[in-house]
Design a binder for this molecule. Structure first.
Ligand code: FE
Length: 333
């Protein structure tokens, strides 16, 4: 009994090890949830026969796990959101730079790491949303102007602990310098209608409910809420159209430093930047494809077109620590 159990255990381990070594599969760790990655993997498997195995979790434990696995790596690819998080992964030394003319051709440089450690796959604008009942869009102009007296007691924000707001602040620092950015953020904090919210959806619901008149959230949250509530009395506004443009961030991916199936993973990543994959990957989350030759879904296109900030998204990572301290000083909880 003892022996046969042991034999069985040994056999199972060998079978698993064999599976892990198979060349016709790729293993992905993703902080993007199952329903937002599986459709693109299923399409890839149908096309190539290559299996894609994945696990999902929050980005911090996934990055720690890749670090801990080290040379005994299980994951080939890390998918996560926000250039700030991808930059963190790059700093942790858990990604391997790739050279890919395909990815370089498909994805603009501003949405890729300058050391080719990761690439953006889908884009989301972090823009201004306003109450269609209490705000005339002609009152709106820029992110900076939300610090004006006119918005006193009318603004809703999400917590500064969320990387999305840290990234937005990082790009403000890059544009204006720290002193002016701190003034702007203090103005926002001064204009808050209520305590900061835990998530973007709550900000949009507060605008709809009349708790505040304007807020800043990611576009796909609006897409989700609008789908459930077509009578939502909230609309997006595209700020800074006469200067640098709207703040855009991304969901993206990199190959792990010790990827056991590096060549296969790179092929998958390249395919994920293609026309076919981009429509699926962006479409399932109401995002904008990072490949500019691919049109967004009809739902997303209905929000209108806008000029996006041309800043390199990796600035979000480079200035993240500075941004976090500044937001803290300015009293943004
Ligand atoms: Fe999100």
């Amino acid at each position: 009994m003892q022996v046969s159990k042991r034999l069985l255990a040994a056999f199972t381990l060998t079978a698993l090890a064999g599976a892990a070594q198979a060349a016709d599969e790729v293993v992905v760790y993703s902080s993007r949830i199952d329903e937002l990655i599986k459709p693109v993997f299923d399409a890839y498997t149908a096309k190539t026969g290559v299996k894609v195995r994945f696990i999902t979790d929050k980005e911090a434990p996934l990055m720690q796990r890749i670090k801990a696995e080290g040379e005994n790596a299980v994951a080939d690819m890390l998918i996560t959101v926000d250039a700030g998080n991808l930059w963190q992964a790059e700093q942790m030394g858990i990604l391997q730079p790739f050279t890919s003319p395909t990815i370089e051709a498909n994805i603009p440089a501003q949405y890729r790491s300058s050391s080719n450690s990761w690439t953006g796959l889908s884009l989301r604008a972090r823009t201004i949303f306003y109450s269609t009942e209490r705000v005339n869009p002609s009152e709106l102009s820029t992110y900076e102007a939300l610090a004006d007296k006119n918005w006193e007691g009318r603004l809703c924000l999400r917590t500064s602990k969320k990387v999305y707001n840290q990234s937005l602040t990082a790009t403000l620092i890059e544009t204006h310098g720290a002193a002016k950015t701190e003034e702007i953020i203090k103005g926002w904090v001064n204009n808050l209608a209520t305590d900061v919210f835990a998530d973007d959806i709550a900000v949009l619901q507060a605008i709809d409910a009349g708790q505040c008149d304007v807020g800043i959230t990611n576009t796909y949250y609006y897409g989700r809420l609008h789908q459930q509530q077509p009578d939502l009395k909230v609309k997006p506004f595209w700020p800074n159209q006469n200067d640098r443009g709207v703040h855009v961030n991304l969901a993206g991916a990199g190959l792990t430093k010790y990827a056991p199936h590096a060549a296969e993973a790179k092929k998958l990543l390249e395919w994920m930047t293609s026309t076919e994959a981009q429509s699926i990957f962006a479409g399932v989350n109401q995002e904008y494809p990072a490949n500019p030759s691919v049109a967004p879904s009809a739902e997303v296109a209905a929000w209108g077109t806008f000029k996006a900030d041309s800043i390199a998204t990796e600035v979000a990572g480079k200035r993240q620590a500075e941004a976090t301290m500044l937001m803290d000083r300015a009293g943004w909880n």
